[in-house]
Every structure is written in C-alpha cells, then in structure tokens.
Design a protein. Sequence first.
Length: 365
Amino acid sequence: MKRHLSHFAIAPCSFQMPEAANGNLVRIQVTPAGFFRPADGRQIDVPGWYIDASIAQRVIERFNARVQPLVLDYEHQTLNKEKNGQPAPAAGWFQSLEWEEGVGLFAIAELTDPALEHRKKKEYRFFSPVFEYNGTTGEVVELHMGAITNNPAIHGLQEMTLLAAATFGFHQPEDDSVNELLKALLAALGLPETTTEQAAITALTARLAEDPLTSVRKALALDEKADQGAVIAACTALQTKVASVDPAKFVPVDQVAAMQTQLAALTARLQERDDKEVTQLIDAALEDGRLAKALEPWARELGKSNVAALTSYLDSVTPIAALTSTQTKGKAPVVDNETGLTEAELAVCAATGISAEQFKAQKEA
C-alpha cells in the first residue's frame, strides 16, 4: 500500500482575535471549513488544504492525546530562533480544540499577560497555525503550534476572541433547518437523534456502499449472488404473472366475509335441527326399549357427531320390552308369586342372564 507523506504548513490564517471578556482565555479560529489555500500567493504541493468534521475529530483526538501543551508564540519565532538567534517567548498555550460545523476548527488558548496587553492595544490581531497535512490529499493531520501575527497568509478567518472562563464551551446557535435535516437523515438511517456525527457518517457510508439490489433480491426470493440480468428477468416474470391474473376468478373480500357470516348462521341452524332430531331418536328408543337409560349419554354424543350412525344403530337394535317406559300399558304390573318379580323384571333377568335372586339383591341394595 502506498504511504502518503505528511508535510508541514505554516498557514498564517487571517483570523482576528477579539477583545477580552474576562481572564486570559481566547477563542481562535485555526482553519476554515472545507478547502482553503494561502492568500499570499505562496506555492503548495497540493491543490489545497482540506478539513471537515470527521478529519477535525481525528485532529482533536491527536491533540487530546498530547502530554505537553502546544505553544502559541509571536510571529513563529519558535521555528525561526535557530536562524536569527532571538528568544521565542510564549504568547500563550493551547488548552482545547473544537469543531464548529460550516465554520471551521477552533482552539481555546490561554494568553500570557504580555500577549494579552498586546491584544488589548491591538498590536497583534491575527493568528497563524502550523499544522501537518497529507502530502497527497491535503487533509489536515495534526496541529503542532501557532503564532499571533499581523501578516496572515489565509484571509477570512475570524478575529481572536478573548473569552470568560464561564463561556469556555461556547457554541453558536445551530440553524433549525439544518437540525431538521439532520434529524430526518438520522431517522432515515434508523439512528436515534443522540447519534454522534462520526457514527452517523459511518452509518451513511455503509448504507451508500450497500448493493442496491440486495433488498430486491430478497423480495424476489433470489440468491444473494444473482446478477442484474437475473433480477430483471424475475421482475419481468412477476409483471407478466400479475398482468395475466383473471379478475373473474377472484371474489371481493367483503363478499367473502358476507358468505362466511351466512355459512356460520346456516351451520348453527343445521346443528339445532340435528340436536332436535337426536333428541327425538333417543326419546323414541328409550320409549320402545331399543336403548337402555345407561346408554343415553353415549347415544347423545354419537348423535352430535354422526346422526346417521345413531339412526343406523337404533334401527338395528331389537326392542326389549323390559326397557320400555310403559310396559304394562298403564296397568299395575303382575308379580310372580315364586320369585317376587314382575313380568318385566323377569324379562330383564332373562335378557341379561342374571338370576332372580341376584336381581332382587341389586334391586333392594
């Protein structure tokens, strides 16, 4: 893999330093957002320098990982002291970096008292960063130091702003329209509104890298490796199938629902009729001796599931007079003097194969 060489740039950006509000803290614009070039006509080995939110995040992470604070000096004397032999006193020290979307990279620095006096007297108004950049793409890699100056090479940067300690985390109000756009983008990606910018960019990049045919293949039940031709063929076949559907072969949903209601009502009426018929069959069989009282529950269960089977059974059974409910036709039963049983009871004994004594014992129990 080809390695991109990192170069250094002294880019005195035309960012003015505003007046102090309280203390020695100053907010300095380090770079603008996007592409930028030196305004003094100097030649650089890339089309331009570049920074955006994701690049700025990496620059900030490198800054936060440093142990020794970065120096802010006068007129880049730290870089020139070996040549001119002059001292290079610090004008301040960088404390933090922050990105402001659409504007650029900012630094919070603490000025020394002499530098603060120079600023108040408007003897120094601008800032010039020294940063490392990618020798191929021009992307800013790391901030190394900076200087207060009056002859910046990059114009259009904000004046240095001295801040009160209470406003250290200063952010300009965001544009509501931009907020709504970001919310819509996060929603489209299925991400919560609390998602960080880097996470959103990662998700968006992954989504853009997806094969647009993936969801189509899945919907068409095709192999995940199916090429564009196979997808088109499947879509064409589906379109042909839909076009060939005969509407006459399909019934509207509301009509189907109405038919189901009518069917349920008809089923209920048929069940009611069957229940009535079963009752009539069983009552008749109990009356004429074709069905014992003990078999009545079984007969009713059979009738619920299969009336025809119950009818067939009762038609095949020979009536037993002893089982009839009116065997004597309304007359008092005649008792056999020898056994003490009635004629009907003796008939039951004969039909069941038990003795008169056994019957009497069960009867008296």
